[in-house]
Design a protein around this ligand. Structure first.
Ligand SMILES: Nc1ncnc2c1ncn2[C@@H]1O[C@H](COP(=O)(O)OP(=O)(O)OP(=O)(O)O)[C@@H](O)[C@H]1O
Length: 589
């Protein structure tokens, strides 16, 4: 139990950098809460004075003052609770905002390999639900955990002061409760973490089915997936019910023990009144104090549950924040010799995906002279996409090196490297933003003229002009409101907008129909002139764009040469091209 609670405290202590800037309003809010609770605790003591004074002596002279005091305490309690809420709202929201911003920033900096490992729904639930759990804890649970513990101790002290015997009775009933609450904590933590992970999986499910709604509808897989979703939802429900079960047991004890305590106090107190050792006022006050302490005592178990839940939410958040950023700029980056020529070389490059024992690339040597376009061809799974990903350092080579103008890409700052390279991928990812924002992708240096030029190059200008607000038209999530070809052309415009020296295109023409492809190809041919480009090609027509072709077979370069030479001399190349031809014909059908 000790280890468990130590680790809970240690985990929560990690939130300190976020809580530290708001510690003043947080402490003030805590003081206001304590003040309010103390006001409430004072009322039974005045009741004692009323019972043992004006009522016992039938003398009402002091009554107005005592009633006024109750009124003042009541108003002060209300005012302080109001202040508590006002004081805590902003700091709690600030903690949430900072935490969320840091997670987002970290997610941007983490390497692609990290994102391969984590489901997006899991990351989504960490950045939303878990962060909200932390906010609730800061705004409420941590304050009441401290204040209620203090009030229970003070209240027990008051009971002992009123009557040591009545105090001892209350203590005998409170101690087991507090002990049970702490014992319950460790059981709850396990089930709370499980529920949070399952909620993350469920978020992934919802996200994937929303993004893939077209595929699911087209294949009529909606009902099947609904069943799978329901099964997962049931798992989560079962875990939530297990949580309730653990909690219900504690709750039952929490209810019964204080009732027993009050009954015992009434019995002991009445006995004391009859033999003259206790006054009626003292018994009334003791019972009132005990009743007042019920919520602070009852709440401790629940507040500990919240604390546990927050601890596992913090743990999940820090799994992201602690993940190492393996792809970073070097401490002393080298600069590319000016002007950048775009001479790209792969030197004995080997690569295995993190955690995989099989190498995807096994000794690649390839030299792209400045201004040259090299098409990468190969059977599916031969490693073409992987090879292109090594140039902008989406992954780092396992051994060997990739250089631009003789400088290892790992010796360049990421900013310089990625500023030198333009990229477009097979899946043209667009954001819920305007066309201009999608092409410029947050760069302030790219004005409208540059964006328009890039659109012209990608043969996208015409359809963008036809959109209701031209460049300013917001395109829907993932660009769903555009056709596949239109999305591809926007992705191409994005790749060329900053005039990069090196272009890495992972089959950028896959979604284009034959006519549009011819148009974009024509435009691309102009762009490719003067730029070094590595283009993954799945169609013979794309291959024709290239000055040379490199054929990948099982992670190695089996042949490099001009398309026509390879076609004449290399049987394997001919075979590959004929399968590509067949695929193209199928695609054209
Ligand atoms: N993120 C990843 N983690 C682990 N293995 C991966 C990952 N991405 C790809 N692979 C594996 O690496 C190998 C090469 O994949 P890659 O995508 O580079 O092939 P490709 O030649 O581009 O294929 P295609 O023509 O079908 O696009 C495949 O066996 C694939 O399963």
């Amino acid at each position: 139990m000790k280890d468990q609670s130590t680790s809970t405290t240690a985990t929560l202590r990690r939130l300190w950098p976020y809580i530290k800037p708001v510690r003043k309003p947080l402490s003030l809010s805590m003081c206001a809460t304590l003040g309010a609770m103390l006001c409430g605790l004072g009322i039974p003591l005045i009741t004692q004075r009323i019972v043992d004074g004006p009522i016992a002596h039938r003398d009402l002279s002091a009554l107005p003052w005592l009633v006024l005091l109750v009124l003042v305490l009541g108003c002060a309690e209300a005012a302080l609770f109001y202040a508590r809420r006002r004081l805590i709202a902003r700091p709690a929201a600030e903690v949430e905002a900072h935490l969320r911003a840091d997670i987002y920033r970290k997610l941007q900096r983490l390497p692609v390999a990290f994102h391969d490992r984590y489901q997006s729904g899991q990351l989504l639930s960490r950045a939303s639900t878990d962060v909200a759990t932390v906010r609730r804890w800061v705004a409420f649970a941590v304050i009441f955990l401290v204040v209620n513990t203090a009030i229970v101790i003070i209240g027990l002290g008051v009971l002992f002061w009123l009557s040591p015997l009545l105090g001892a009775v209350a203590l005998a009933c409170t101690l087991p409760l507090v002990l049970m609450s702490y014992l319950f904590e460790s059981r709850f933590k396990v089930v709370a973490r499980k529920a949070q992970d399952q909620a993350g999986d469920l978020t992934t499910n919802v996200e994937e089915s929303v993004l893939g709604i077209r595929v699911l509808k087209a294949f009529g897989r909606g009902p099947g997936l609904s069943d799978r979703f329901s099964a997962r939802a049931r798992e989560l429900r079962d875990t939530e019910l297990a949580k309730v079960k653990v909690f219900a047991l504690l709750w039952a004890v929490l209810i019964v023990l204080p009732e027993l305590g009050i009954a015992a106090q009434l019995a002991v107190g009445t006995f004391g009144i009859t033999n003259g050792t206790t006054t009626i006022g003292t018994l009334v006050a003791a019972v009132a104090v005990s009743a007042y302490l019920r919520w602070p005592v009852d709440s401790i178990g629940w507040l500990l549950a919240e604390t546990n839940q927050t601890s596992s939410a913090t743990e999940r958040i820090y799994e992201v924040l602690d993940s190492p950023i393996t792809i970073t700029s070097p401490e002393e980056p080298r600069a590319l010799p000016a002007p950048v020529r775009g001479h790209v070389r792969f030197e004995d490059v080997r690569f295995a995906y993190p955690g995989a024992d099989r190498e995807v690339l096994r000794g690649i040597d390839l030299d792209l002279v400045p201004g040259e376009t090299v098409a990468l061809v190969g059977a599916t799974g031969s490693g073409k996409t992987t090879l292109t990903a090594l140039v902008p350092r989406l992954y780092d080579v396992t051994s060997g090196r990739v250089t631009i103008d003789g400088v290892d890409v790992r010796d360049l700052s990421l900013e310089d490297l990625r500023g030198t390279i333009g990229a477009a991928f097979e899946e043209p990812v667009l954001f819920s933003a305007s066309v201009r924002e999608n092409v410029a992708l947050g760069s302030d240096e790219l004005d409208d003229a540059k964006v328009r030029e890039a659109l012209r190059v990608a043969k996208a200008e015409e359809f963008v002009e036809a959109l209701p607000w031209g460049l300013e038209t917001r395109i829907g999530e993932q660009g769903m409101s555009l056709s596949g070809g239109q999305r591809q052309r926007l992705a191409l415009a994005r790749a060329v907008v900053a005039h990069p020296a090196v272009l890495v295109l992972d089959d950028p023409l896959s979604a284009l129909d034959v006519h549009t492809e011819a148009e974009v190809e024509g435009a691309l041919r102009r762009v490719l002139h003067g730029v070094t480009a590595l283009v993954v090609a799945h169609r013979p027509s794309t291959v024709q764009l290239a000055d040379r072709v490199a054929m990948l077979v099982d992670g190695r370069i089996a042949a490099v040469g001009r398309h026509h030479d390879l076609l004449a001399d290399n049987a394997e190349y001919r075979r590959l091209l004929s399968t590509m031809d067949e695929e193209e014909e199928v695609a054209a059908l």
